[in-house]
Design a protein around this ligand. Structure first.
Ligand code: FE2
Length: 282
């Protein structure tokens, strides 16, 4: 059975990925995908090196829509954005995002707090950024920083209900070898469980994101296997995405992830089509 039939998370030269959107379409066809969703990082209203620059957003959307029409007979293309959730600043439900009439959104929390000088810092940047952020926003304590991260995911789900929740436990990106905290700690388990309860009451799909392995940024699957077990218990729908930053990464680690999911007990994935959601057996 083919597992790699869809991917709803990729980045191109419009943001921090490499390659034209059409190169992703050709790679998707080569790999036999029947659905590909485009998800450039939505612009944010402050300088940022990895989001689509505001003047390029129109070209990104036009290119994506042109490809969608031009390849209609050969592959199902969906036009979306990965939208940050930063309270009072941007959300998948911001009016200017809704006005774009996207086919879908991936909602992600990257920004966790502010440095002493006021700049926002991210959960998934280099370790030095994380350490400085935790030092300047949380007095050097990781627990409240991590709890803040999960509270933001919950707040995003409650207020914006994106179609897909991006890399839900990416806060562990720099935590190889339990460098900063243990995922076995009761407080960590509680923070994740509270967020999953919120997700279970929503219509969101949770992605299982292979990007940390495919790009070897963390070597870890988002989500951890014990979290996947909690997701299965709550019957939350899941999909596998690779967070590709190069066309050849579109189906990276899909087969292995599917085997992990089967081992945990999952029997189906949820996909988004142009006419709504569908379930595919795993
Ligand atoms: Fe992301």
């Amino acid at each position: 059975m083919r597992i790699a039939t869809a991917n709803y998370h990729c980045h191109s030269r419009f943001d921090d990925g490499h390659g034209e959107l059409e190169e992703y379409v050709r790679a998707a066809l080569d790999k036999g995908l029947r659905t590909l969703g485009f998800t450039g990082h939505a612009p944010v209203p402050f300088p940022c090196s990895w989001t689509i620059p505001p003047p390029l957003l129109g070209e990104y959307l036009r290119s994506a829509r042109n490809l969608q029409a031009g390849y209609r007979e050969r592959i199902e293309l969906l036009v979306g954005l990965e939208v940050d959730y930063i309270p009072e600043i941007i959300s998948p439900s911001s009016a200017h995002i809704r006005a774009l009439n996207l086919d879908f959104t991936v909602g992600s929390v990257h920004f966790v707090g502010r440095l002493a000088g006021g700049d926002l810092w991210t959960a998934d940047g280099p370790p030095e950024e994380l350490e400085r952020g935790v030092a300047e926003s949380f007095g050097g304590k990781f627990r409240p920083a991590v709890e803040r991260y999960y509270e933001r995911i919950s707040a995003m789900v409650r207020s914006a209900e994106p179609d897909i929740i991006g890399h839900l436990d990416v806060i562990k990106k720099n935590n190889r070898g339990d460098r900063y905290f243990s995922e076995d700690a009761p407080w960590y388990r509680a923070a994740v469980a509270e967020t999953l309860d919120v997700v279970a009451a929503s219509s969101c799909i949770v992605e299982v994101n292979t990007g940390g392995i495919v790009r070897n940024t963390s070597g870890a699957l988002y989500l951890s296997e014990w979290i996947l077990g909690e997701i299965l218990k709550r019957k939350i729908p899941v999909m596998i995405n690779s967070d590709a930053h190069r066309p050849e990464q579109l189906d990276g680690y899909f087969e292995e992830t599917a085997a992990i999911l089967r081992g945990i007990g999952f029997r189906e994935l949820t996909e988004i089509g142009r006419n709504g959601r569908r379930r595919v057996s795993l």
